[in-house]
Design a protein around this ligand. Structure first.
Ligand SMILES: [Zn+2]
Ligand SMILES: [Zn+2]
Length: 119
């Protein structure tokens, strides 16, 4: 194994150890996470300032916009927009699905009329 890999593994092990023994008392505020500078994911996290562990995560309900913590959110993988949407409740998810179905229907109808006109 290369020295680099060894160091990397050692580093990870030490971080884990630190996180396991930390009492997570120095917490950050809700902080937006971005996958690149300026590109926010819409998620916010609370991180322990001492050990770097993510203590909590939240995002906004895709339907009603209210903030929901990770333990409460309902995930829905949407193939139409190829992204994962999060919901605060089953009610919001159902409303969203219903609207989605209508949109898909409308799209299908306009495609059909386009095709028949072409022929
Ligand atoms: Zn900690
Ligand atoms: Zn909601």
């Amino acid at each position: 194994m290369s020295t680099y890999k060894e160091l990397e593994r050692e580093f990870e092990r030490k971080i884990k150890e630190l996180q396991n023994h930390c009492d997570h008392k120095e917490l950050s505020k809700w902080t937006p996470i971005s996958w690149a500078p300026g590109h926010y994911t819409g998620h916010e996290v609370i991180i322990c300032r001492r050990c770097g562990l993510i203590i909590n995560e939240r995002t906004q309900c895709y339907w009603c916009g209210q903030w929901i913590e990770k333990k409460n959110w309902i995930k829905d993988d949407n193939l139409m927009i190829s992204k994962t949407a999060y919901f605060c409740s089953e009610k919001c998810l159902q409303k969203y699905r219903k609207k989605n179905r209508k949109e898909i229907e409308a799209l299908r109808r306009s495609l059909e009329s386009l095709i028949t006109r072409e022929m």
